[in-house]
Design a protein around this ligand. Structure first.
Ligand code: VGL
Ligand code: ZN
Length: 224
């Protein structure tokens, strides 16, 4: 039988992404926690939680830009790769969120973090947006890699199950990078919520192209 060593990656289940007080609250963000805690009770070889963890002057915050292109959720800016200035990326601006040291950056207290083996922080470099928990969007060696890929490879992980927030941003790019890293990757649909649910068709097209599966919580592969 082919080897099977599953990892669970819970993305950004933090106060700022959840009602009632989150600055970038995703509708229903808190409602996924019972399912996440159920998943955390299962024998995944390794269970990881990620945190968006920005400095106050992060480039993705609308508050760090000038009018008129500084409207949270509405404005897009062009970011240059700090190592190769001819490379650019269009990126959306956000309300300030998950600032290091603030309440909003904390994992939800009702999440059973004692079951988590490793917490991975991302988005610390103020110069770049970083949705994926694996690396920055440019695969830029001057920005610290999160170390997540190395950790999973060292553990001999074969399969990565992704859940958390937000389905159309950090869950999406984390799952796509997991597949690129060679892991058989599945996203647990009921264990995610989207900033913009109307974007999910596009997300599913990305997944299809990358070979990422979208599964339900009762999928055979989760009977560990
Ligand atoms: C996220 C927007 C900005 C996420 C992070 O965790 O999905 N979304 N930063
Ligand atoms: Zn962020």
């Amino acid at each position: 039988m082919a080897s099977f060593k599953p990892a669970l990656v819970i993305v950004d289940v933090q106060e700022d992404f959840c009602p009632p007080n989150g600055s970038l609250a995703v509708q229903g963000g808190r409602d996924i926690v019972p399912l996440l805690n159920d998943l955390l009770d299962r024998p995944f070889a390794i269970k990881v939680a990620t945190k968006d963890f920005h400095p106050h002057d992060h480039i993705s915050f609308a508050s760090n830009h000038e009018a008129p292109n500084n409207k949270p959720f509405e404005s897009f800016i062009t970011i240059r790769n700090p190592l190769n200035l001819s490379e650019t990326q269009e990126t959306r601006l956000w309300p300030d969120h998950c600032v290091q040291g603030t309440k909003g950056s904390e994992l939800l207290p009702e999440l059973n973090v004692e079951k988590v083996h490793k917490i991975v922080e991302k988005g610390q470099d103020k110069r770049v947006e970083m949705y994926s928990a694996f690396a920055d969007p440019f695969k830029n060696p001057c920005v610290d890699k999160s170390g997540l890929a190395d950790l999973l490879h060292e553990e001999g992980v074969t399969d990565v199950f992704v859940a958390g927030l937000a389905a159309d941003y950090c869950v999406r790019y984390t799952a796509l990078d997991a597949a690129k890293e060679g892991f058989k990757t599945r996203v647990i649909e009921e264990a995610t919520r989207a900033v913009d649910p109307s974007a999910m068709d596009e997300v599913h097209r990305d997944y299809e192209e990358a070979g990422v599966a979208v599964i339900g919580k009762d999928d055979e592969s989760l009977k560990l």
